[in-house]
Design a protein around this ligand. Sequence first.
Ligand SMILES: [Fe+2]
Length: 262
Amino acid sequence: MKVHRLERDVFHLVGERYESGTLAVLDGDRALLVDGMAAAPDAARLREIVTVEWGKRVVLLVSTHYFSDHLAAWNLFPETPVLAHEMASATFWTEDFRSAEEAAHYRKPTILLSGGLELSFGRHAVRIFENPGHTAGTLNVELPAADLLHVGDTAVGRMAYLRYSAPEAIDRALERAQRRGRSRILRSHGEAAGPEVLASARGYLEGLRARVFEARRGHGRVRAITIDECLPPGPAATAFESFFHARNLASIEERGLYPEAA
Ligand SMILES: [Fe+2]
């Protein structure tokens, strides 16, 4: 597990499985966690670091979205409330591809939110608000004092994942995230980044749409569109991004996305 100190009281822990992360906000002996890792060993290590090495009491768990690759730690803190979007259970039961081990991470959320709320936690105002896009039940978490916005899986690496939504909805969510104007962006996978990852995800969606148009006009097959043809200039696509790009192409064909390009 990688542990990044973003501020004296704000840490980002990145697990081994899928690089799923947890944001930890500290206040004295209390900790608030956002997202809970993808696998039991990562979750156990997270608990050890926060409760044993740091000596913190975990008082609130916040889920950006209720997919099994972000819930592994929630059953390790059975006394701690879990705050999630009111669509959390619907989100969980629409998830495809998860293993039995991952499905077993489920814990019923205890506080359901629609709209938004702001809570004071130490020196931080923690703003939690719905931002439907990647899923209909996605929450984003903003810490203005840390100039930080956590967007969940709204951006996946430098791209976006369409399977559980529609490109237009994700683009709107990315735009809402951009409007917050934060310079530090956390996603549910990978390390903290800058706002360019939001611009890149929007650019990817735009590029993908254009390539689908071209393919449907007879210039190739949708399944043959490469991620590099869609991503804006920048680092080469990672294996993680390429994996979800292939899933996007399958979704476009299976669901007839971009009908205006048919
Ligand atoms: Fe995820």
